[in-house]
Design a protein around this ligand. Structure first.
Ligand code: SAM
Length: 288
């Protein structure tokens, strides 16, 4: 992979690029052995941007310098996880995905006395509350348990708090409607000053837990799995590994929801699923 970072750039010699690549491999190997995070098969583009960001944030000039930091300093390691994991997210970030879930999956979920939902790679939780709002408006939330997981403990802590700038809530009003929202998004939060906290009736339905899609196993079976804007960061083999893990975790007839820019495509599990509606990456697993 071409990863010109510390000494690189367009004019870098082949020799310095090779050295950069060696340093990156050693960095990722060291992190895996020391901390258990496995970034070795992440897609090169986002990985390079994450490492470049971490170099700037740590103020070190070389990837070897960054390795020294992340191996010895837990805070530097946490920052590295955030930089490479990129936890950009928003309320109702994927309106078409939510509209497909509420339009196509809710009627089946309604037939179960209790429903388990897994939101994998949920970052700071906005996606979790978005779904909880739609489930509540559909009268389904009380029978649901939402499992919200991410590898980034700091992001999860923010999700657990469920407090965001009030402006973030008002800015999401249009996407909430496109997603199938029926009321006012602001009715689901408690506003204090410029901050909004999602209502306890939503928060109480969520279990937050650290889970790494690369190194951890499946931990339950689910009627709906949402894994949006996560697989995009993975290389092909790693994507296949995670698709198998998600597939193992979905009951027959259950649903898998991905972002618009992800698809089951040529994945090893693709033949077991059908797309529920054109224009969204939401799939239903066959019952066979
Ligand atoms: C861009 S955010 C997506 C957040 C949300 N799903 C959405 O669509 O708005 C990607 C998230 O995936 C998480 N992530 C990356 N690699 C992961 C892994 N191996 N296991 C679990 N989470 C991972 C990151 O920590 C980050 O929070």
């Amino acid at each position: 992979m071409a990863l010109p970072l510390s000494r690189g750039g367009p004019g870098a010699s082949g020799d310095s690029r090779e050295l950069d690549e060696l340093e990156v491999r050693l960095l990722l190997e060291g992190i895996h052995q020391r901390h258990g995070f496995d970034f070795r098969d992440y897609a090169p583009g986002p990985l390079r941007r994450g490492i470049a960001h971490a170099l700037a944030a740590e103020g070190v000039a070389t990837v070897s310098g960054l390795q020294e930091r992340v191996l010895h300093d837990p805070a530097a390691m946490e920052a590295f996880v955030a930089a490479v994991g990129v936890h950009v997210t928003a309320l109702f970030r994927e309106p078409a995905m939510f509209a497909a879930i509420s339009g196509q999956a809710f009627s089946l979920l309604r037939t179960y006395p209790s429903v388990r939902v897994w939101l994998a790679g949920c970052a700071t939780g906005q996606e979790v509350y978005s779904l909880a709002v739609l489930l509540e408006e559909a009268g389904l939330l009380k029978r649901c348990r939402l499992y919200a997981t991410d590898m980034n403990a700091l992001a999860l802590a923010a999700g657990r708090r469920g407090t965001y700038p009030f402006a973030e809530v008002t800015a999401a009003a249009g996407r909430y409607r496109q997603a199938g929202g029926r009321g006012e998004l602001t009715d689901h939060v408690l506003q204090v000053g410029g901050r909004a906290t999602f209502a306890d009736r939503l928060r109480s339905r969520v279990t937050w837990a650290e889970h790494n899609l690369v190194t951890d196993a499946s931990f339950n079976d689910f009627h709906l799995v949402v894994c949006s804007n996560v697989l995009f960061y993975f290389g092909r083999e790693l994507q296949d590994h995670v698709y198998r893990l998600l597939d193992e975790s979905i009951v027959p007839g259950g649903f898998l929801a991905l972002s618009d820019r992800e698809s089951l495509g040529r994945s090893p599990v693709q033949r077991r699923y059908r797309r529920v509606v054109p224009g969204a990456s939401v799939f239903q697993k066959g019952r066979a």
